[in-house]
Write a protein of this length. Structure first.
Ligand code: NAD
Length: 426
């Protein structure tokens, strides 16, 4: 399904330039400052495999901006079709989106992203090989991460297990046994926060609820298509289902399915657990990715990878709301087409910001050494999301622009304010 289109970093920069136009930022130097990452670290990761051979992996940590607080962003293990060079540009783009996301969410953090170019779902790695890869990567980036510097989190094909190994390795290198605030997305016994595992999907569902209310779409009986079937997608689906929606489409790396009469999330999840894919779900039809994205529905949740909705798909899409649980699923060329069709696109930096918002509260809890209940944490996140949605909707209406431009303008303005308050040193 994954399509290689334009350079993702060029897409991110185009979105930034649009925001600068809205804000009247003409200074070329400032635009370049906002576009380029502060630091990009590319590392060689030598690992002794179980068969005795040495294998070299390539890893990245890109720190985009820390004017508003420590860098923050996930680490993914993946092998995009474009190869290592493409991944470098992808990580740069993703780190910039993290800067805008933390800013829009109103949490005092910056933006970063990391990755190792390999796919643990395609190739089999033993538990110990996985641990060696993660720990050696942590060693390579250990000087630039830390609770007050840069705080990684899980992303595609990484989980609380990898975060625990990063925390443990970093702690040993720095002579501390207890420093959970170096990563977020940890399992609960390791200092994780309640509600973090569901945060991204729950946040997406809150955004969709606000958008539906705005256009007068009843959620009861609203038809939803999910692209992807991992963390972001399944919790979006579960919470939208709880709000009354019906899931009629889903997909994963093995294929895409539609069942217009609806599928229960718990049945789909059970099927996926048993078969390793959603494909073949009883009563469903296997379709192409294009068909999945363009089947008539009310709410489309792209929750897999970037570059999924191009101009061609945008012309054919038949939904009312798109909630971008994934990062960068829509190409810039598609935005004006969707806007003209009056489809509300809740951009990634808002729609999936529930994850980083609860990550922020996980970090706060770690720093305080105090732990809060699920309902309290979820409510804190809901407040950020609802405020973010309404701030952006108000600006979008006032300026007659789409939600992406409105969100970006709000986020960029806050980073510029922080940059100007700090000034340039020396
Ligand atoms: P995940 O590893 O839990 O799931 C990824 C899903 O994508 C899997 O179901 C996989 O089968 C599917 N996938 C992979 N290749 C695919 C393909 N070619 N076609 C269709 N599906 C494919 O990852 P996740 O955490 O759910 O992340 C998904 C997206 O959400 C990413 O863009 C990520 O950056 C974004 N996101 C996640 C979080 C989070 O907290 N998990 C936060 C913000 C953004």
């Amino acid at each position: 399904m994954a399509k290689i289109h334009a350079d993702p970093f060029a897409n991110a920069t185009k979105q930034l330039n649009d925001a600068c136009d809205i804000l009247g930022i003409k200074d070329k130097g400032l635009r370049e400052y906002l576009a380029m990452p502060n630091k990009m670290m590319r590392v060689k990761i030598p690992v002794r495999m179980d068969n005795g051979q040495i294998r070299i992996f390539t890893g990245f940590r890109c720190q985009h901006n820390n004017d508003r607080g420590p860098y923050k962003g996930g680490i993914r293990y993946f092998d995009p079709e474009g190869g290592v060079e493409y991944m470098e540009r992808e990580v740069m783009a993703l780190s910039a989106w993290m800067t805008w996301k933390t800013s829009l969410a109103g949490v005092p953090l910056g933006g970063a992203k990391g990755a190792i170019y390999f796919n643990p779902k395609k190739e089999k790695f033993s538990r110990i090989e996985m641990s060696r890869i993660t720990r050696r990567f942590t060693f390579m980036i250990s000087e630039i991460i830390g609770p007050q510097k840069d705080i990684p989190a899980p992303d595609v094909y990484t989980t609380g297990k990898e975060m625990t190994q990063i925390m443990d390795t970093w702690g040993k290198l720095h002579g501390v046994t207890q420093q959970p605030a170096v990563v977020t997305g940890k399992p609960i016994p390791m200092g994780g926060s309640l509600a973090r595992n569901v945060a991204t999907g729950l946040g997406t569902a809150y955004c969709v609820r606000e958008a539906a209310q705005y256009i007068g779409l009843p959620l009861k009986g609203a038809k939803v298509i999910l692209q992807g079937f991992g963390n972001a997608s399944t919790f979006s689906g579960e919470y939208l289902e709880k709000m009354g929606c019906i899931i009629i489409g889903a997909s994963d790396s093995k294929g895409d399915i539609i069942k217009t009469s609806g599928m229960k999330m718990k049945d789909l999840e059970k099927w996926k657990r048993k078969k390793g894919t959603v494909v073949g779900f009883p009563g469903s039809t296997k379709v192409t990715t294009e068909k999945l994205l363009t089947t008539k529905c009310d709410i489309l949740i792209p929750a897999a990878l970037e570059n999924q909705i191009d101009a061609n798909i945008a012309k054919k899409i038949q939904c009312k709301i798109i909630g971008e649980a994934a990062n960068g699923p829509t190409l810039p060329e598609a935005d004006p087409i969707l806007f003209k069709k009056k489809i509300i696109v809740i951009p990634d930096i808002l729609a999936n910001s529930g994850g980083v918002t609860i990550s922020y509260y996980e970090w706060v809890q770690n720093n305080l050494g105090q732990y809060w209940g699920f309902v309290h944490v979820a409510k804190l996140m809901e407040d950020h999301i609802v405020r973010g949605y309404h701030d952006a909707a108000a600006l979008a209406t006032k300026k007659k622009i789409d939600m992406r431009r409105a969100c970006m303008a709000i986020a960029v303005k806050r980073v510029v304010e922080a940059f100007e308050l700090r000034g340039i040193w020396p």
